[in-house]
Design a protein around this ligand. Structure first.
Ligand SMILES: *[C@@H]1O[C@H](CO)[C@@H](O)[C@H](O)[C@H]1NC(C)=O
Ligand SMILES: *[C@@H]1O[C@H](CO)[C@@H](O)[C@H](O)[C@H]1NC(C)=O
Length: 269
């Protein structure tokens, strides 16, 4: 039989009973796995036969022969993805506050290439990005000052008069420290001192006594003699009540009585 080889197709078929016989585990880098298989070789050739009128002609038809032998084949296998280690952190973002304590973030990435998923294997679980945040401070915010509460009153000043009605003062203070102005903040407004004044009296001032005006004259007394030039007197009074002495003031000086004498019964006896 004349065999004219036209082409050779190599077909690798897996026989199910043999496929379970794995020669190697799945290679995670290639995604391939060895297994036993039967390799079929199909060889075509042209077979001559008689044809035509009275079969005088010579025709050819394509025929095949098959051969099979055991060999080792590859097949793809499922490789689940695995994370590579995290790469270095990226640069920090800018701070989210223009003043005062804020936050900033940075990111890190990792790749799902250790190994990469192959042939329908699962993707790496979780995120390929991680985030890290930290506090930041571009500059402090201005702090306006505010007053503390008033402190207790200090003792009264001494009275400004040694006697009689006077005035005295006392004061209390507060401090601009609640908080103190900082970082360009405004100072407290208003006074840090509050004053209060009141009446005072160390003692009454002495009032010197002063005389009232004299009262009217009284009647003349009886004449001292019935004849030969007698005398008779009359009196008027004043009182130390205008004002009367008080608080250690001086008494009125001088007499409180004024008398007047006139002659009477001047006829000779
Ligand atoms: C009271 O009298 C004394 C003595 O004359 C004098 O020194 C004093 O100033 C007087 N006081 C008043 C408040 O007038
Ligand atoms: C003041 O004078 C009156 C009248 O002379 C007298 O009664 C009185 O005791 C005197 N008072 C003092 C504090 O001297």
């Amino acid at each position: 039989m004349a065999v004219l080889s036209l082409n050779i197709a190599v077909v690798v078929l897996c026989l199910s009973s043999l496929c379970s016989y794995l020669v190697s585990t799945c290679n995670i880098h290639s995604g391939l796995q060895f297994y036993s298989c039967i390799k079929y070789s199909r060889v075509s050739y042209s077979q001559p036969y008689k044809c035509g009128f009275w079969y005088w002609q010579r025709c050819y038809r394509t025929k095949y022969t098959h051969s099979a032998h055991h060999t080792t084949c590859f097949r793809s296998c499922r490789v689940n993805g695995g994370w590579n280690s995290w790469q270095a952190w990226g640069a920090w973002s800018s701070c989210d506050r223009a003043c005062g304590r804020g936050r900033r973030v940075r990111y890190g990435v990792r790749e799902c290439n250790n190994p990469s998923p192959k042939n329908g294997g699962a993707r790496c679980p979780g995120s390929h990005i991680r985030k890290n945040s930290g506090s930041c401070l571009l500059k402090h915010c201005p702090v306006n000052g505010a007053w503390s509460s008033w402190k207790a009153w200090a003792v009264w000043s001494s009275c400004d008069k040694t006697c009689g009605n006077g005035r005295r003062t006392r004061q209390r203070a507060r401090v601009c420290n609640n908080p103190s102005p900082k970082y360009g903040g405004l100072p407290c407004r208003g006074s840090h001192i509050k004053r209060e004044s009141g009446f005072c009296l160390r003692k009454h001032c002495p009032v010197n006594g002063s005389w009232s005006v004299y009262g009217p004259w009284g009647k003349f007394s009886e004449c001292s003699k019935t004849c030969g030039a007698g005398a008779q007197s009359r009196y008027r009074h004043r009182t130390c009540n205008n004002p009367k002495p008080q608080y250690g003031g001086r008494n009125c000086t001088g007499p409180s009585i004024k008398s007047e004498t006139s002659p009477c019964n001047t006829n000779p006896c």
